[in-house]
Design a protein around this ligand. Structure first.
Ligand code: NAP
Length: 354
């Protein structure tokens, strides 16, 4: 049981990110003081939306300059906090050097933030944003899991530096977080494992991979069809709520799969058809697996034959009952999530009608 005092400040690392921005808003709306840790406080494109949130809400926002790879850089931001949200981690699918660009910032960054938590006596709980990527690599792994779907008991054993290094970085970072939590008894650890996050960005200029995917859908990259890749999906606002509840529910414990829908890539496009199909070149049908096996590797570096074999036309299955039961969360419908995000990108001129 860990009771967090809402009158104390809360630290959010990577506060300007796509997911964390909604968490910051949720906390500020509750009247809580948020210590927002970012690496580039003077970059208005990255941070402007956070400052605006701070000016228009009940809580107070304080911005701190930090870096995952700079030891001790989170200390000032953590002073006086009982609750720490660690969301910062590189989320990018194409990298030059997976060890340096993904694994080091994810793992060393987790060590840096959690070591500081142990150094700052006020900290009682740390909530880490991991991912379903720490549970599975390919869609086929989900149906091969012991219960025919992934649960919180399952760990990713198939990602590596050479294959899906982002998933590998999330797996290594979450494992390290659990080791560090077990080595001390000052704070408890709660982990949020979201699947693919979609929904409206608070900063439409975000470079999050979630938004890049929407830009591809709306920009016509899949007008001939989309691969039916099994994935999980969840609304960014529900992911923020999950973090909020994980922080302030005294009995919250362990990992929480935070995924609303067992779906596939094609459905993300077809669910937008009724409202936007006339104005945008959205996909209507599935690209055949045999075709993707042949052309995939030439079209996209990520579409290796192994990836196509293990993901296209494979179902994605997760059990989200733990978070629904223990934190009482209700997830939004997929249609609402996809329409709301698409609309923001249209309104902001990021997506243009054909
Ligand atoms: P995002 O918008 O790219 O946010 C990532 C955040 O991490 C940014 O604030 C970024 O700062 C920060 N960061 C990266 N490298 C850093 C470094 N070396 N030092 C300090 N900060 C650094 O991505 P997101 O989608 O919101 O992801 C947030 C978290 O959710 C990540 O842990 C991600 O793995 C996890 N997650 C995301 C999804 C999804 O579908 N989006 C699904 C599951 C889990 P800059 O802005 O300065 O780069």
């Amino acid at each position: 049981m860990t009771i967090i005092d809402k009158s104390k400040p809360v630290l959010v690392t990577g506060a300007n990110g796509y997911v964390a921005s909604w968490l910051v808003k949720r906390l500020l709306d509750e009247g809580i003081t948020v210590h927002a840790a970012v690496r580039d406080p003077d970059n208005e494109i990255k941070i402007g939306h956070l400052r605006a949130l701070g000016e228009n809400s009940a809580g107070r926002l304080k911005i701190f300059k930090t870096d995952l790879l700079m030891g001790g850089s989170y200390k000032a931001a953590m002073e006086g906090c009982e609750l720490v949200y660690h969301t910062a981690s590189p989320y990018t699918l194409v990298v030059e050097n997976p060890q340096k660009d993904l694994v080091e910032p994810a793992v060393q960054g987790t060590e840096n933030v959690l070591n500081t938590a142990t150094d700052v006596p006020s900290v009682k709980r740390v909530v880490v944003t991991s991912s379903c990527a720490a549970i599975y690599t390919d869609a086929i792994d989900t149906t091969k899991a012991p219960e025919g779907r992934i649960t919180e008991k399952v760990w990713n054993t198939t990602a590596s530096l050479d294959y899906q290094p982002y998933s590998y970085s999330k797996t290594m970072a979450e494992k390290r977080a659990w080791e560090m939590a077990e080595a001390q008894n000052q704070w408890d650890l709660v982990v949020i494992n979201p699947s693919g996050v979609f929904g409206p960005p608070l900063n439409p200029k975000t470079n999050s991979e979630s938004i890049n995917l929407l830009k591809m859908l709306g920009g016509g990259a899949m007008k001939m069809g989309a691969p039916k890749i099994g994935i999980g999906a969840v609304d960014v606002r529900d992911v923020a709520e999950a973090h909020y509840l994980a922080g302030y529910t005294p009995t919250a414990h362990g990992r929480y799969i935070t995924s609303a829908h067992n779906t596939n890539f094609l459905e993300l496009g077809t669910v937008l058809q009724p409202k936007y199909g006339d104005q945008f070149p959205l996909p209507k049908k599935a690209l055949p697996k045999w075709l993707l096996m042949i052309v995939g590797p030439f079209v996209n570096k990520l579409f290796t034959r192994k990836y196509v074999r293990n993901n296209v036309d494979e179902e994605w299955k997760a059990d989200n009952s733990k978070i629904r039961k223990e934190l009482g969360i209700n997830f939004r419908p997929l249609k609402e999530t996809m329409e709301d995000s698409f609309q923001v990108l249209i309104d902001e001129g990021v997506l243009r009608k054909k």
